[in-house]
Design a binder for this molecule. Structure first.
Ligand code: GAR
Length: 210
């Protein structure tokens, strides 16, 4: 069993999708072992408690820099014997220490079809505001491995969502979550834990299941 840690900063609906998938037996060969929050008041911690998953606070404001916070996170993840790190609405850029500690073992969910609307400054509702401002007809979500470049690592899964003329950033965010994020994140986590993902350059290959 691969021990999974989920890093969060806010509401935790993606964490909830992982908890629900685990309860349905859809996280094969993986177990949600810890939730680490960058904010002490994140509702995601409540979701973790309700599911009986240990929650920890590594508060961004306690550290002078993203690097110091990243090093504290790495130490905690090692102590907990974590094999897969999942960024699920984690709103800070991790420094290279995390990627070095967990090469090709960190998954992030981003609420757009990378390489559109991604990188520094594109997070949360801002991503959907940017998609509507640009006037794209299709957006979606991406799960990718994390490397040194923000939102730049190899892509594991993507799912498209059509934009409606009456969409607001909030309505679009909700639909991207429901139709894309909450589906592809648990799926990607399970594929990783089943050992079915391999990275070849920028491409991620998915092998047949048993
Ligand atoms: C999600 O839409 C997630 O994709 C996004 O923040 C939201 C968190 O919601 N993450 C990013 O924008 C990271 N660049 P949640 O806390 O309810 O899962």
């Amino acid at each position: 069993m691969i021990r999974i840690a989920v890093l969060v900063s806010g509401g935790g609906t993606n964490l909830q999708a992982l908890i629900d998938a685990q309860n349905r037996g859809e996280l094969k060969n993986g177990v949600l072992a810890a939730v680490l929050s960058s904010r002490p008041d994140a509702y995601a911690l409540e979701r973790a408690a309700q599911a009986g998953i240990p929650g920890y606070v590594v508060a961004r404001k306690e550290y002078a820099s993203n690097r110091e916070m990243t090093c504290a996170l790495v130490a905690k993840l090692r102590e907990l014997d974590i094999g897969l790190v999942v960024l699920a609405g984690f709103m800070h850029i991790l420094t290279e220490e995390m990627v070095q500690a967990y090469p090709n073992a960190i998954l992030n969910v981003h609420p757009a079809l990378i390489p559109s609307f991604c990188g520094a400054g594109y997070y949360g509702l801002h991503v959907h505001e940017a998609a509507l401002a640009y006037g794209v007809k299709v957006t979606g979500a991406t799960v990718h491995f994390v490397n040194e470049e923000p939102d730049g690592g190899p892509i594991v899964l993507q799912k498209a969502v059509e934009i409606r003329e009456d969409d607001t950033p909030e309505s679009l965010q909700r639909r991207v979550m429901e139709q894309a994020e909450w589906q592809i994140l648990p799926r990607a986590v399970s594929l990783f834990c089943e050992g079915r993902l391999s990275v070849e350059g920028r491409a991620v290959k998915i092998s047949e299941g048993a």
